[in-house]
Structures are given as C-alpha cells and as structure tokens.
Design a protein around this ligand. Structure first.
Ligand code: FEO
Ligand code: CA
Ligand code: CA
Length: 678
C-alpha cells in the first residue's frame, strides 16, 4: 500500500489521518488545488469576533450541555432533561424527543434519545440476492462483494413504494473502503490483487427492497427481492450531455467517449421528483495515477504518485499515464443518475452538470416547472454551483412524462455563485449574490473555453469568471416548502491562514474555520432560474460559548456542533444536520441534530443521536410522521486494524463485551433505523 498516513495523528482537517487518506486522498495535507489568489469580494481582516451569544450564554451553560453520563463512558442513551422539542404538541404525527447530550469521542456506541431504539437495517456484506455468499471477510472475493451490500454507506434514501407503507426502496451510496480493517493482511501479490478487486466491488451503490409489518415498525431488507441491485466500480454507465463523445473523454477502450465503467467516491446525493437517485462522484482523484502536467491535473489534485487505493495494480485504466488512458480521470467527477425502479437500466453520468468533486445534487421544481439542481464542490476554496434544466418538469405518471423527466438533467445551463455582503460583529451576516453563467443556451460563457472544456474542466472555468471561494460546500439542499437553499460549508482551516489564500469574508466569516457554517440562500422571486439571490448566515457552528458562533439569532442554550455535512428536512420543515469531524474539532462523536428554520425557535439546535467511535453520520432520512429517522453509519472504528479493531458496531455482543478468542468481530458500516418505542 502507498503511504496512507501523511497526516499522522489528528489532522488539521478534523478527521482521523486514516479517514483523510482514504476518503479524500489527504487533501488537507496537499496544496490547495484552487490556485486563484484573489478573493472576489473585499476580504475582511481576521479579527477576534465576540458574538452576542457568547456574551449572553457564557461558558457555564456550555459546560452543562456536555456533562451527560456519556462523559463517564456509559454506552446507554442519555438525555438532557427539560426542553421538549419545539412545537411538538400542536402537530399530529411527528415525534417529540428529549435531546441527548454530546457523546465523548471514545465511546463505541450508538446513542439515541430515551424512548427510541436503533436497529441496523442492513450491514456491509449482507447478502442481497438468493445466491449471494454469506459475509466472510477472511476470504476477500470480488464476486461475493458484488452480490452483497457495499462498504461505507453514505447518501441514503428510504422511498416508501406502497400505499399501506409496508414496502420501500433503500437507495445507498458506498463511498470508499478501508482495506486495513476490512480484510486480513496478505502474503502474496496474487492474494493482494484479490483484495483490491473485492474493494472495487464494495464501492458504488445499492438498491435494496425493504418491508415491514406495519407503520411505526422496524424495516427489514428482503434478500432476493426483484429490485435489489449492486452497482460497483466496474458497472457499465452511459456518459450523456454536451461533453459526451468529445475528445476529452475518449479512451482507447472507449473511442466513442460515452461508455464508462463504474462509479467511485460516491458521497452524497439526492432523490429527484421523478423518482431517480443522484449521486456525486467526489474524491475521484485519489483513485488515479495521472500526468501532473496534463490540463486540469493540478486543479483536480491528480498526481503521478501511486494512488491511495492501488487499483492501477489490477486495472490499467487507473494509470492514466499509460497509453490510451490519459482521459480516464475525465470520466469521473460527475453527477450520476440511477433509476432504482428498473434494475436493468443503464445508469448515466451527466456532463451537463459539470465535473468537479461533487458532493451531491438536490433538485427543486419551482412554481413555473423549472428544474434546478444545487451542487457543492467539496474542496477548500472551491465553489457553489447550480444547474438549470432546459426543459420543464412534466408531472403525472405516464410513460411519456417519465421518459421526458429522465432526460431533464442531460441539457441545461450551468452557473457558479459569487457572494457579496456585509460582515457584522455578531456574525448575523447577510448579502446578495449572483449566479455567473458558465454554459447558457448551449454556448460557453467562458472566454477561451469550449462547452466541452467548461464541462470537463469546470473548476478552471469557474476560476476564470470570478466565483467566490467557499469553505468546502458539502450538502446543498433546497427546502421543498420554502424554496430556500441551505449551503453547508463543513470547514476550512486554511482560510486566512495560508499565504496568498483568501481571508474571511461575509459568507465565509471565520479564519481557520474549524467548525463550519451554514448559509441560507433565497433565489430572486423564488425562481429556480434566477440570476441573483439574497443570503444570510443561518448558523456559524461550534460550542455555544465560543466566540464567533451564531445560531440564527437564537439566544438560549444549543447543542455543541461542528463540521456540518449532510442535511435533510422533516415534515414540518425543521432542518436536520449530520456531522463529519467532531472528534477532531470538539472531541465528540459525530451526531445528528435538529433545528427549526422558522418561528420563535428558529436556531434552537438540539442533538438527536450520536454515532459510534470514529464514525461519521451520513444519510440522514427523516420520516418523523412515521416515528423514524435513518442514518448511514460510515467508517466506524476507522483507525483500527484487522487484528486490533476499534469498534464492534453494530453487532455488539453486549455492551462492553469483547469477542471470544479466535472469533473475528469488527465494525460493519450499516444503515440504521432509529424508531420511537411503541
Ligand atoms: Fe464525502 Fe464531502 O464528503
Ligand atoms: Ca459528505
Ligand atoms: Ca464531509
């Protein structure tokens, strides 16, 4: 294996060194790929901002908020007393919960509120088909892995498919793998090649049918169900849109430039109004060896060093320096669209939506039927984008409407965001912004670049038009009730720190932004195709007593939160926020939080659950009217080894009990349902 630990110890990016190496090719240890040096609006000098909150709330409350029993190492759910969730009693359905306290980052347990239970619905390695082999990590095998649930579940949706609410489709990404804890060490190159192929097969995407005996009951997955499907790093995809077939995406193996094998680095995503699932190919650069002098290599973090995963040892196309493969990296970094209702459909990669480190894509249809997808590029100082489809959404369930809607993301306009605004002492910042066109009406809007170049080398195009460098946009999701868009910036510890890089600005207000923030964006006229917007800071994360935190003006106690990542909305339009990086930033296990977006309680953040040691909270899916919350527990026990595992999630023998001699147990990333006790 290549050097996996260039960032040994807790990294300045907040994650463990192992997670950094595997998930994003240690991006934080490498130079920032955005070489633009000019911030696009006046950088405000870094200053110690003391928020009004910090003065009002003070440290005593902050200390009380974390002094739960978890700090004593108790694995049981523990609650902060008091505070019923806002607005509960007035609303039918939904649920109340007593918030949990933050959980210390050495606790290997799922922590959920009192009165709730958690159940793994499906785990890495669970068999999906009637002929799937049983899970046996001592025998790494690609054929087996292709027929089992993949590793490191990330984007998740649970789509109920029948009127009685007893059948559903689970759709789930498998972002990356951790060879060191998944499989035993090998002693021969042949055996290690088998491991590499098994890892390729554990990537990608799963569709799994679920069933249950009644509403408000746990779901279970159905082995051998008709719609069950695995998509892996070798599954055939169709490249579509304006850059498909261009010279930039042709290889010796695919002179048509339209047929790609596999998807990888699939991080977040979104479910479309027409029932397909979108998935973002994020840190694809870590899978390739490439010519560092090739156009775009530096900007996309591609190098000629051995890749983090070593797949070039078993599949030549991952070495783009080899004859015929120079363009293979151009065939990754896209938004992919998968139809979970048709297991024989060929999934597609949409070049019209641009190529960058796509976190995900979330679609809204506005009142005029305009289809807009919001997308973040998750890299320090990279950008926020939107895609506006050329054609309008067609409602109804006819075959013609379905065919039409399946083509919506193949053609449209691509924009990148520029923010302007005012930085206030209490971080109640707000301002306006403009969507700068990159492609419009089928024509490039970027001087010196063709449409194909803009779409394949989108970062270079966005640099040229003066987009605003952001603090790592993760999920970007519109509320389907209000149309407001929530832009989650997870962190950027380089802002205002690295020479030549932008300092704080109104939309990215903190130097060395370790804890992240969330921007609330309102399109002009509520239109998906608006060219301007207004925005405000919704949340500047951290421990509530910290200087510079801001919770939408809420001045009571809040849960400590850091590194917001994926978000979701519940039936009452509360925002739910999952985190990735709290162990490194505030020494707490990552969690899931809820915050009202409107009303008297706007900004009142509470914590719903915490995931086990070294795990990240992904998903999430909120079926509050059904008493359920789903999370994908990703990379539990990430820093362990095959011989010395750090987590035993989710198959704890019993709290605190270690496996018997000779019995292998270790962490299995799983999709978990948290359900109110009956
Ligand atoms: Fe895979 Fe941007 O998190
Ligand atoms: Ca993410
Ligand atoms: Ca993340």
């Amino acid at each position: 294996m290549p050097d996996l630990l260039p960032m040994l110890g807790r990294t300045h990016g907040n994650r463990s060194a192992v997670t950094c190496a595997l998930k994003c090719d240690s991006a934080c240890a490498r130079p920032v790929p955005n070489l633009s040096t000019e911030p696009t609006f006046a950088a405000v000098a870094s200053q110690a901002l003391v928020s009004r909150r910090a003065v009002l709330v003070g440290g005593a409350v902050a200390a009380a908020a974390v002094a739960g029993p978890q700090l004593l190492g108790l694995p049981e759910a523990a609650a902060v007393e008091g505070r019923p969730a806002p607005g509960e009693r007035a609303v039918r359905g939904g649920f109340s919960f007593t918030p949990i306290a933050a959980v210390s980052d050495d606790v290997d347990a799922m922590t959920v509120p009192r009165g709730f239970s958690w159940h793994p619905i499906i785990r890495w390695g669970d068999p999906l088909f009637h002929d799937s082999p049983r899970f046996d990590p001592t025998q790494p095998d690609a054929d087996a892995a292709e027929r089992q649930f993949g590793y490191n579940n990330d984007y998740t949706d649970v789509i109920v498919t029948d009127r009685r609410g007893r059948k559903a489709l689970l759709c789930c990404n498998h972002e990356y793998t951790n060879r060191q804890i998944m499989f035993p060490p090998t002693t021969t190159p042949e055996a290690e090649a088998d491991v590499l192929r098994a890892l390729m097969a554990a990537h990608g995407f799963s569709v799994v049918e679920l069933e249950r005996r009644g509403t408000r009951r746990p779901w279970r997955y159905v082995q051998g169900a008709r719609l069950n499907r695995r998509i892996t790093a070798t599954t055939p995809f169709l490249l579509d849109g304006p850059a498909a077939g261009s010279a930039l995406v042709q290889t010796a193996a695919d002179p048509t430039g339209t047929r790609v094998h596999g998807t990888l680095g699939n991080c977040s995503g979104g479910t479309t109004p027409w029932g397909t699932v979108l998935s973002g190919e994020e840190n694809f650069n870590g899978y390739f060896v490439a010519d560092p002098a090739a156009p775009g290599s530096a900007r996309y973090g591609l190098t000629d060093k051995p890749s983090s995963y070593g797949w070039e040892q078993v599949d030549d196309r991952f070495d783009a320096t080899k004859a015929g493969y120079a363009n293979e990296p151009h065939r990754f970094g896209w938004i992919v669209e998968i139809d979970p209702t048709d297991p024989r459909s060929t999934p597609r990669k949409h070049t019209a939506m641009g190529r960058f480190k796509h976190e995900g894509a979330n679609v809204r249809v506005d009142d005029e039927g305009t289809v807009v997808a919001y997308m973040g590029d998750d890299e320090r100082f990279d950008y926020l984008y939107k895609f506006v489809a050329s054609k309008k959404f067609r409602s109804g369930k006819s075959a013609a409407a379905r065919r039409h809607n399946l083509g919506l993301l193949s053609e449209g306009d691509l924009y990148v965001a520029r923010f302007t605004g005012e930085q206030r002492p209490d971080n109640a910042n707000l301002g306006t912004g403009r969507w700068l066109p990159l492609v419009r009406d089928g024509r490039s809007q970027v001087e010196g670049m063709s449409v194909e170049e803009v779409l394949v080398l989108t970062r270079l195009a966005a640099d040229k038009v003066g987009a605003t460098p952001m603090d790592r946009c993760e999920d970007v999701e519109p509320s389907l009730k209000t149309g407001k868009v929530y832009v989650v910036c997870t962190n950027n510890t380089d802002r205002g720190v690295k020479a030549g890089k932008p300092g704080p600005d109104a939309a990215n207000p903190r130097a060395a932004n370790k804890n992240g923030h969330i921007i609330e964006l309102t399109e002009a006229g509520g239109r998906g195709d608006a060219e301007t917007f207004e925005w405000d800071l919704f949340m500047v994360c951290g421990d509530e007593g910290q200087a510079g935190t801001y919770f939408a003006g809420w001045e009571g106690p809040v849960a400590p939160i850091s590194c917001p990542d994926n978000i979701a909305f519940d039936s009452r339009d509360n925002l739910w926020i999952s985190t990735d990086g709290q162990p490194g930033s505030i020494a707490k296990n990552d969690g899931l939080f809820r915050v009202p977006l409107a009303g008297r309680e706007r900004g009142h953040l509470v914590q719903f659950l915490a995931v086990p040691v070294e795990a990240e909270t992904c998903g999430p899916v909120i079926h509050d009217q059904d008493g359920s919350v789903f999370v994908a527990v990703q990379h539990p026990g990430e820093d362990g080894t095959w011989a010395e595992q750090n987590s035993f999630f989710p198959d704890y023998v019993s709290a605190g009990e270690r496996p018997r001699r000779g019995e292998w147990r270790g962490p299995r990333p799983s999709v978990v349902q948290v359900v109110a006790d009956r």
